[in-house]
Design a protein around this ligand. Structure first.
Ligand code: ADP
Length: 505
């Protein structure tokens, strides 16, 4: 008890966040991680894609300009550059293979001009000494260096972008005629990138808040039955006498199962406690009579019995008889208490119906030679019953004992065995004193005897039938009785069959 209290104290001290909080945090964390991975991948791939597009764009423009200026055979001058950029250039090969129309040339010129007109592009042409001869926008004038430079991100005049430098060679004499320098500013790209980043971060924050709130609401909703279960348990802990149950949960999930199992356990526990209390009450009541009788006889002996051999003899005999009764009562009480726990101890035991019935039948014929005991066997094959053999035997003995005990002049007992598809049936009939309809309802109750005095004389404690009923019900069977007063009684027992046996006859 002490140990338990200490454990409880530490548990209370260490009490962590509730399941709802844990669930909500776990789900938000999970969503946060997934979303972050998704955002990083989206961000990286979009950025790469845009940068690649811009690079291609810049390189294509420079290549096209270079191609046109290659048609100039001497050092580049402003008029020649202007002339070449204005009119479309054609490769001889292209001219050979393609018929060029006026519209086609105009279109090509338009594309060129629009490419050169891009606000982000700063394209300048220099002659071979590095003197500026042409520029698309009046911003930069000097040539950065007199050699080829592939597209590379550089910062010039506080602007970041791709810098490309390409020497121009004449197609005709392969001599260098000048340089093209293009600076493609990436300001719009940085704009897009920053906006994308901002959007992703905003979305992430919103999703985090939403998932936390949603996680909290959902977990509160789903875990509500658990809280009810905890409160119910707490109420029972505080007041073990209360008869409350878990309210029905209609969610058809594990929590509904827990509630159902909990209620079943509670019922069973309460039944056990009730039975136990009732049992103790019944037992003390039953033991009081023999103890009082023995006490009376001992008093008698004490007063007169020492000198009177008759009283001595009589009192001793009566006391011994009572002690024998007490012994049988104790044994039967033990049997009953064992019968109540049978489903825990013998869940998978079976017995052969015919074999046990024949054995008990033969024993009774030997025990009561003055009785006519018959067995009417309707079973062609042996059947296996879902009951522990000793219990089946005990059951038959109780009913047959009663049949013999409560027979009057007609000393006959008829036994018949038969079966349906799933059940074995045994009927035990006697032609004795019978039981009234009122009593029939009560004979299976503990310590119930129709006629206490008469049953006492016959050694009955009123426990036999309650043991029988308990046993049968534990094995999912049934027992009932029909009776006509002064004509006889018939008891029918049904026990589930577990498996059919091979033909034996
Ligand atoms: P007991 O030990 O007194 O026989 P039981 O529980 O076996 O206790 O039976 C309860 C009561 O039912 C008996 O006291 C008796 O009055 C009645 N009873 C049981 N079996 C029969 C029977 N075959 N014929 C008449 N009465 C019976």
């Amino acid at each position: 008890m002490k140990k338990f209290k200490m454990r409880k104290a530490t548990r209370k001290e260490l009490k962590g966040p509730s399941l709802t909080i844990k669930w909500a945090s776990a789900s938000s964390f999970f969503i946060f991680v997934v979303f972050t991975i998704f955002a990083v991948i989206t961000y990286k791939s979009s950025v790469n894609l845009i940068v690649e597009k811009e690079r291609e764009n810049a390189e294509r423009t420079v290549a096209e300009v270079g191609n046109r200026l290659a048609n100039v055979s001497s050092n580049l001058t402003i008029s020649e550059v202007y002339e070449k950029l204005k009119t479309p250039s054609f490769d001889e090969n292209v001219l050979d293979s393609k018929k060029v129309t006026v519209e086609g040339s105009l279109m090509e010129m338009d594309t060129m001009l629009s490419e050169l007109g891009q606000p982000a592009l700063f394209l300048s042409v220099y002659d071979k000494e590095g003197t500026l001869v042409f520029e698309t926008q009046k911003v930069r004038s000097e040539l950065v260096k007199k050699e080829k430079q592939v597209a590379e991100i550089k910062t010039l005049d506080d602007k970041t972008g791709f810098l490309i430098i390409q020497p121009v060679y004449s197609k005709e004499n392969r001599e260098q005629t000048g340089y093209i320098q293009a600076f493609y500013e990436l300001s719009s790209f940085y704009d897009i990138r920053n906006r994308l980043l901002l959007t992703l971060i905003t979305l992430e924050v919103i999703s985090l808040i939403l998932s936390s709130v949603l996680g909290f609401i959902l977990s509160t909703y789903f875990l509500k039955p658990l809280k009810v279960l905890r409160d119910t348990m707490d109420t029972i802990r505080k007041d073990p006498q209360s008869d409350i149950h878990m309210p029905d949960i209609h969610s058809n999930d594990e929590l509904a199962d827990i509630a159902e199992i909990f209620n079943e356990m509670l019922d069973r526990m309460r039944r056990y406690i009730e039975q136990q209390e009732q049992f103790v009450e019944d037992v003390s009541h039953e033991l009081r009579t023999p103890v009082a009788i023995i006490e009376g006889h001992l008093n008698l002996l004490n007063r007169w019995g020492k000198d009177d051999p008759e009283v001595l003899e009589e009192s001793l005999e009566a006391s011994l008889q009572e002690i024998a009764r007490m012994k049988s009562l104790v044994q039967e009480m033990l049997d009953l208490s064992r019968a109540e726990q049978v489903d825990v101890q013998y869940p998978n035991h079976t017995s052969n119906a015919k074999q046990v019935v024949y054995q008990v039948f033969n024993n009774f014929k030997i025990l009561y030679p003055d009785f006519v005991i018959t067995l009417d066997d309707d079973l062609l094959h042996e059947v296996t019953l879902g009951i522990y053999r000793n219990h089946f035997e005990q059951l038959l003995v109780i009913i047959l004992d009663n049949a013999v005990k409560y027979s009057t002049t007609r000393k006959e007992v008829h036994i018949s065995i038969s079966k349906t598809l799933s059940e074995f049936e045994i009927a035990i009939q006697d032609f004795g004193e019978g039981i009234t309809e009122d009593d029939l309802d009560k004979i299976f109750n503990r310590f119930y005897r129709v006629d206490k005095a008469r049953a006492r004389n016959k050694g009955g404690n009123g426990l036999g039938l309650s043991i029988a009923k308990q046993l049968v019900e534990n094995y999912k069977g049934r027992i009932d009785a029909e009776s006509v007063i002064n004509q006889g009684t018939i008891f029918r027992i049904h026990i589930p069959i577990v498996e059919k046996r091979e033909l034996q006859e």
